[in-house]
Design a binder for this molecule. Structure first.
Ligand SMILES: [Zn+2]
Length: 817
């Protein structure tokens, strides 16, 4: 039976392979002469899966924000595909010491940056060649193709290009078709860079993709990109710095693959470069994340991207066409599969080794702190298949993240333990270790991301393995009854979960107060910022009790304390001036040039997907004609404001603040509103800024500039937690600093700040940059007339992953008055 079936399939395969339509035949135009819209790409993959079902399996693993399908194609021989699940299981066994498997798993991802538009086109030709001319590679290989990681961005670009292109296309780089403008297709719907999101999983595309990725953990992963028009092709091996967890084999095999590509490029006389620019350190890329999960993870970069269109003149006077770009990505894609297919035994053995014998200095990380932050962290760990447990009640010794020295930690019933003795141990080390080792400081991304700092948890790294116990069976927490006779309900305020709860209350027209002083009632103490919902405030609400019940049942982490009196034991009574109603603010954010798309996107996403609170997006094109009195809060995302706020614009902005507006200026937006005609914040200067210039060797300059740089490092700041901007925080906060711009303390309202010690607790900071940020402001509030300006020098919403900083933003919205 089996034999007969095999014969049938083979005959079937032979017939279909001969008749399979190429992408050009299928679409009715030569590939590379048009941009194929995403749904047409999906059509082609569906056609392949329908026509050659024995060798192509298609799955839809999710949808984008704009409802485009996210798909994966699995291709191999008919026999392999029939055993796909068994092959997957055998492969995964290698992560837990099982016998090594016999197939190579190669995963190729295209178009993560939507306007790097060649990739998806190239994917179609690549899958076609693998099923026809290169089908021999499939004998012992499973190839997984994601034709487009970022369909929303990809279609934004291709639809834009189709609207603006000349006919025939114009190769003059000055023509509009080569100038995409502010709303670029690089990022996803929320203007997030999906190639910075593999580890943080803030975006729906990443969240859905990682579920499938973790089921497969391929041997090889390629992320196809494009760079500037004039750059030759880049392929492996990658540049330094490499993270220290990368094995010798992972380094060596990049070289093996690179040399195979070079063979084809040399034969065609194509230019390429290796070992420069694209490093392997920050864990949230499409090359590093797979690498830290045992793969040979690589980035390939074609010259072109959103500027190149169908054809463009390069600096050398050559015309770079979409067809050329396809040919290059096709070549490296096929060559990658070829190398994997030839080295099946080796890569299986090495993959298995990667998951064994990994001995790291720290064996366990012990994390204690706010329950909501621990919950948020465990959600992220679940998404990465990282195992964790509860710590026994004891006192442990180890490296203390807060003091930076050896110390002890007394665990409580919520304390978590994450250890490296698990399949995902390497990821645990990369994400949790206090300070990732840089083999070279010349990297242009952040150099620190340690999760204990990002989640604001009191953490100990232990060189010996810490036991894990099952959590105590939950003492059934009876939820407070919402009853008509209650005088007030109180809950604490210290996390994003609390902010989401408040946001929903306010939108449901429930009035909420907050306490500007600590108090205790019925023997329970509450800190500043605690939320107080009184019956009296809400007696005009049509359905107060039911609405509150509904919201409380939805926010399972929220615990309300019900009290029958407003007479407190200590502190201020609920009728006091220290207990004020929280506004339901109307919020607007500036978008368009000169704001940065990424910085704008982080705010947009924060409101709609994290806080769940409405926001109006105003574009700089027409904001001057908008009646700003309709808004209580205006947010200026980081950007390049240089000349944007001229004297007139600043005057109008100050008038709006004076009349009660709340302005939140983030990062480099501060440079737009300071100075002679602006608000009172002052940029810091150092001796270096005024010192005379000395001659320096040309080759030294890049390194010399690093002295002035902070590309992303973690610093310990002091906090004035009596200020509403810092409600819910302790007296210190770890900030992710993304640049060396620094400002003096404010006269009043310096809330988070650096003092003398500016050594980063994690990551790299240049020596001159460190001098500059001495005694500098991190977060602060300037009262101005009836309104105020909130300065966020560091960006707590950066890439959406700095969980412990988000409450500052919620405080800025709801607590600061
Ligand atoms: Zn890219």
């Amino acid at each position: 039976m089996r034999f007969i079936l095999f014969i049938c399939l083979s005959v079937g395969f032979f017939a279909t392979a001969q008749n399979l339509k190429s992408p050009s035949d299928f679409h009715g135009y030569e590939l590379g002469t048009q941009f194929t819209r995403h749904h047409e790409v999906v059509d082609y993959y569906e056609y392949l899966a329908d026509t050659d079902a024995a060798r192509v399996k298609l799955i839809e693993y999710g949808q984008t924000n704009e409802r485009r399908p996210l798909i994966l194609a699995f291709i191999s021989t008919a026999e392999n595909l029939q055993n796909l699940e068994a092959i997957r299981e055998a492969h995964l066994k290698a992560t837990t010491g099982g016998n090594k498997a016999e197939k190579a798993i190669v995963w190729m991802s295209y178009n993560v940056h939507g306007n790097e538009s060649v990739s998806t086109e190239a994917s179609m030709q690549t899958i076609y060649e693998l099923l026809t001319s290169k089908s021999s590679y499939l004998e012992n290989t499973i190839v997984i193709i994601d034709p487009c990681i970022n369909p929303d961005g990809r279609d934004r670009y291709s639809n834009w290009y189709n609207q603006y292109k000349n006919t025939p296309y114009q190769v003059d780089p000055n023509s509009k078709e080569h100038h995409e403008g502010w709303w670029t297709g690089r990022s996803n719907h929320y203007m997030f860079d999906l190639n910075r999101d593999w580890a943080w999983l803030t975006q729906v595309e990443s969240q859905q993709r990682l579920k499938v990725y973790n089921k497969w953990l391929p041997h090889v992963h390629v992320d196809f990109h494009e760079q500037g028009v004039n750059s030759p092709y880049f392929f492996a091996p990658a540049a330094e710095p490499y993270h220290e967890v990368i094995t010798k084999f992972q380094r060596d095999f990049q070289e093996t693959i690179g040399k195979n590509h070079a063979k084809y490029f040399d034969a065609n006389g194509w230019f390429y470069f290796t070992k420069e620019v694209f490093d392997l350190f920050y864990p949230s890329y499409g090359d590093t994340y797979p690498t830290y999960n045992g793969a040979i993870g690589m980035t390939y970069e074609q010259g072109g991207s959103g500027r190149a269109g169908l054809g463009i003149l390069t600096r050398n006077g050559d015309t770079l066409t979409l067809k050329d770009r396809i040919a290059h990505h096709l070549t490296t894609g096929l060559s990658t599969v070829e190398v994997a297919a030839k080295n099946v035994e080796k890569i299986n053995a090495e993959f298995q080794k990667f998951y064994q014998n990994r001995s790291f200095k720290y064996k366990s990380y012990v994390l204690k702190g706010k329950k909501d932050n621990l919950k948020a962290l465990s959600t992220l760990l679940d998404a990465h298949n990282i195992e964790y447990g509860h710590a026994p009640l004891t006192t442990l010794k180890g490296f203390n993240y807060s003091t930076g020295t050896t110390g002890s930690l007394k665990t409580d019933e919520h304390t978590l333990v994450v250890s490296t003795n698990q399949p995902k141990g390497t990821m645990v080390k990369v994400l949790f270790e206090p300070n990732a080792k840089l083999s070279d400081s010349l990297t242009y991304d952040i150099t620190a991301w340690s999760l204990p700092y990002a989640y604001g948890l009191n953490t100990l790294a232990s060189t010996s393995l810490v036991n894990q116990i099952d959590p105590n069976p939950k003492s059934a927490t009876t939820k407070t009854e919402i009853a008509k006779s209650t005088y007030a309900y109180i809950t604490d305020w210290d996390s994003m979960e609390d902010a989401r709860f408040l946001a929903e209350l306010l939108q449901s027209k429930i009035k909420v107060r907050t306490a500007y002083a600590p108090f205790s009632v019925d023997g329970t103490s509450f800190k500043r910022g605690s939320l107080i919902i009184t019956a009296a405030d809400n007696d005009n609400h049509t359905d107060f009790t039911q609405t509150l019940k509904r919201i409380v049942s939805k926010h399972t982490a929220i615990n309300l304390h019900a009290t029958s009196s407003g007479f407190v034991d200590t502190g201020k009574d609920f009728g006091s001036g220290y207990v004020q109603q929280i506004q339901n603010p109307k919020v607007a954010v500036l978008s368009g040039s000169p704001t940065s798309t990424l910085r704008f996107g982080e705010i947009w996403h924060f409101f709609e997907k994290q806080l769940n609170y409405p926001i109006t997006v105003l574009d700089t094109e027409y904001v001057d004609r908008v009646d700003m009195d309709a808004y209580d809060v205006l947010i200026l995302p980081g950007g390049y404001y240089n000349q944007y706020y001229n004297e007139d614009k600043l005057k109008a902005l100050k008038e709006w603040v004076r009349n009660g507006g709340k302005l939140i200026a983030m990062g480099r937006a501060i440079d737009g509103i300071d100075g002679e005609h602006g608000f009172s914040i002052k940029k810091k200067k150092t001796e270096k800024d005024t010192a005379s210039v000395k001659p320096m060797a040309h080759e030294e300059q890049e390194r010399e500039q690093m002295k002035n740089a902070i590309t992303g490092a973690i610093f310990k700041t002091k906090i004035d937690n009596t200020h509403p901007l810092a409600y819910g925080y302790g007296t210190e906060y770890f900030t992710l600093k993304l640049g060396s711009s620094a400002y003096d303390y404010l006269k009043n309202g310096t809330v988070a700040y650096l003092e003398k010690n500016t050594d980063p607790v994690s990551g790299f900071a240049g020596s001159d940059a460190q001098k500059r940020i001495t005694n500098s402001l991190v977060f602060g509030v300037e009262d101005y007339g009836r309104g105020n300006v909130i300065y966020m020098v560091d960006n707590p919403l950066f890439r959406g992953f700095w969980e412990n900083g988000k409450l500052f933003f919620a405080n800025a919205l709801f607590m600061v008055n």
